[in-house]
Design a protein around this ligand. Structure first.
Ligand code: NAP
Length: 121
């Protein structure tokens, strides 16, 4: 999504400490992006709409990679379903809404479900 994006654009990686987020950080650095924004969970609970709005207002990201979530694989998904659906619905709602309110140009969202087709080759 970033081929035509200026290398000094403000890019927020939500979930930068995770498996996907840390790979995206490495790729952004390798591609020469100089203004990558991150926040730890202690700094910003992404389930908290007021906190997320405040952070977006203060930092004004132009591009967002939404790769944060409660993740645990198929067994954890099926044994703690209420926790998973709450956390992930909240994180997605807050970040998408703040991106709308604060004029983010593009948002890349990785779905938080295990959605592999059962009988695929
Ligand atoms: N891994 C894959 O192959 C894959 C494939 C497709 C889609 N996805 C989806 O991509 C997303 C990321 O996956 P992943 O494997 O990178 O997961 P991960 O390694 O567990 O990383 C998740 C990240 O989200 C952060 N996070 C979780 N809840 C948070 C909260 N309330 N506030 C702030 N930060 C929070 C975690 O912070 P802490 O470090 O503080 O816990 C962590 O940095 C998930 O939605 C996953 O379902 C993953």
């Amino acid at each position: 999504m970033l081929n035509t994006v200026p290398r000094n654009a403000r890019i927020f990686v939500a979930g930068h400490g995770g498996l996907v987020g840390s790979a995206i950080l490495r790729r952004l650095a390798a591609d020469g992006f100089t203004n990558v924004l991150t926040a730890t969970r202690a700094q910003l609970d992404l389930r908290d709409q007021a906190a997320v709005n405040y952070w977006f207002k203060a930092n004004r990201p132009e591009y967002v990679h939404l790769v944060a979530g409660t993740v645990g694989g198929i067994l954890a998904n099926s044994t703690r379903p209420a926790e998973f659906i709450y956390d992930n619905m909240m994180i997605h709602a807050t970040v998408v809404h703040a991106s709308h309110l604060y004029d983010v140009r593009k948002l890349l969202y990785l779905g938080s479900s295990c959605i592999y087709p059962r009988l695929a080759a």
